[in-house]
Design a protein around this ligand. Sequence first.
Ligand code: ADP
Length: 206
Amino acid sequence: MSERYQAILLFGAPGAGKGTQGLLLGNVPGFFHMSTGDMFRTLDRHSEIGQVFDSYSSRGELVPDEVTVKMWREYVHAQTILGLYKPHRELLCLDGIPRTIAQTHALKEYIDVCGIIHLVATNPEEMVTRLQKRAIEQKRVDDAKIDVIRNRLEVYERETRPVLDQYDSGLVHEVNAIGTPAEVLGEILRILAPIQATVHTTASST
Ligand code: ADP
């Protein structure tokens, strides 16, 4: 078996619903969800790294690549040590990474991408509304201001969307992000179940 983690990428603009779908998917046997946004938000805001995160996320900017990749590696490793993520039996569902071309290159050494779910929203205004609603519900300072939201969407177009071109187009599956969480999840599972069956034949046994 390869040393690299077998991974699925959840891809899409801020507000497309990656986090919601990641959480749901993480509850399906054989999938382990890992969100870099959540990883950063668990940091102590008074620590040095917590302050670095705050200074970027509050402006809708990305945390520098080197810091992000280093932290991600340590975080995945910690999850395996704790037995929360079982690489030989679970597909790693990455939500929020890679988000730049440099991250894509850096991650190649650690992950083998078996599929990419691209959540596509045809109506950008719907994304803005979703982000504002979430900011209120989750008290997220980064999404509370409209100019920060706009910046996040611009950063996505400039830095993150080009990441998709780095992968074989056969790996990319477009999913309509507009729908109920159950509808979108149904569509994602229709795509991922066969991939899971090929990658991990033991996924159904616990
Ligand atoms: P969303 O899912 O709403 O796009 P996240 O919760 O994934 O946002 O991320 C929140 C913030 O965390 C980002 O705005 C960014 O500052 C930081 N962040 C998350 N993932 C990455 C990454 N891969 N590279 C750099 N910064 C990141």
